[in-house]
Design a protein around this ligand. Structure first.
Ligand SMILES: Nc1nc2c(ncn2[C@@H]2O[C@H](COP(=O)(O)OP(=O)(O)O)[C@@H](O)[C@H]2O)c(=O)[nH]1
Ligand SMILES: [Mg+2]
Length: 304
């Protein structure tokens, strides 16, 4: 942290429907993977802070779970975290997947709420996935969504390729309050390393397993050893809610678990820039979804 009087620092809440590309955008802005990404909905469980730097500004990006109509306790906690994130931000970036036909019921409710928020802070519409869509449709979508909420500005980007992302970052910086940086300049996330490391394994479960399986697991880093030569050795447990899921995660002769471990380890090595030894275990923990311990670890409210 520094006392430089010319510094700017503030929070940008990144909200939107599941799969809009929020986590992809946050990673792109930060320049490092701080939030896991998969084609499946509800990959992001908690509020993740990614920290981006641009000139004299530290931009703290709040990646949030998607906004959707929630039914279970975990889902309600996730949507609650997303809205709290939006309320706490100095500005809001509302990400919209331009591949979608148009706004659905939840999107309409979201924009109704954003129309209130825009009275007290900038709320940007960010049309994402422009790499996959024709220009005339984008203009049509821009007009349609701006008629529903008077957005401060509209951007068209591809979070995947990075197209247009720097323009969004510049606009954030312009609107950021002056103030000392909250985090060290080499910090990319506020998430403890143990949790971030567990997230890399959870990402592989989301990418490699299907249907309900990713939603029935959680990952916990149990031990973390750092050696004098810089190598890191960690062990993690994949908690599953049922015995039969254990066999699915293990795969034939343990092959699936091996592949999950190999890919997670590669991500961890990229992130930590050192050799990583990763040992994975699978454990049946029938009640993990009701255990406040896991909610607290992600910064979620178990009473939601
Ligand atoms: N074609 C395309 N796909 C994208 C883009 N941004 C994200 N995606 C994909 O959309 C899916 C959901 O992304 P994610 O960042 O996890 O969305 P989130 O649920 O809003 O956090 C992933 O498969 C991403 O690779 C983009 O700009 N273009
Ligand atoms: Mg996400």
């Amino acid at each position: 942290m520094s006392e430089n009087p010319n510094q700017k620092c503030g929070f940008v809440a990144v909200i939107g429907a599941p799969n809009a590309g929020k986590s992809t955008l946050v990673n792109q802005l930060v320049g490092s993977k701080v939030s896991i990404v998969s084609p499946k909905v509800q990959t992001t469980r908690a509020r993740v802070l990614g920290i981006a730097l641009k000139d004299n500004a530290q931009i703290i990006l709040m990646d949030t779970p998607g906004l959707f109509s929630a039914s279970t306790r975990l889902e309600r906690a996730m949507v609650g975290a997303a809205w709290t994130g939006a309320e706490d931000g100095d500005m809001v970036a509302y990400l919209f997947d331009s591949k979608k036909k148009g706004p659905n019921k939840t999107d309409l409710q979201t924009m109704e709420r954003l129309a209130e928020m825009v009275k007290s802070r900038p709320v940007f519409l960010v049309l994402n996935k422009v790499d996959a869509i024709a220009k005339p449709k984008l203009l049509e979508l821009t007009a349609k969504l701006n008629a529903l909420c008077p957005f401060t500005a509209t951007f068209m980007i591809s979070a995947l390729t990075g197209d247009g992302v720097q323009d969004v970052l510049k606009e954030f910086v312009k609107n950021l309050p002056e103030g000392a940086w909250h985090y060290d300049e080499d910090q990319v996330s506020d998430m403890p390393m143990r949790l971030l490391a567990a997230e890399m394994t959870r990402e592989q479960v989301f990418l490699q397993l299907h249907e309900e399986v990713p939603y029935e697991i959680t990952v916990e880093t149990e031990t973390w050893e750092q050696f004098d030569n810089g190598d890191v050795k960690l062990s993690q447990v994949i908690h599953v809610t049922r015995e039969n899921l254990k066999a699915i995660i293990l795969g034939k002769g343990g092959s699936r678990l091996k592949e999950i471990g190999a890919r997670a380890r590669a991500e961890l090595e990229k992130m930590m820039e050192t050799t990583v030894h990763l040992k994975l275990f699978v454990r049946v923990s029938t009640k993990w979804k009701d255990d406040p311990h896991y909610y607290a670890e992600w910064g979620l409210d178990s009473g939601a």
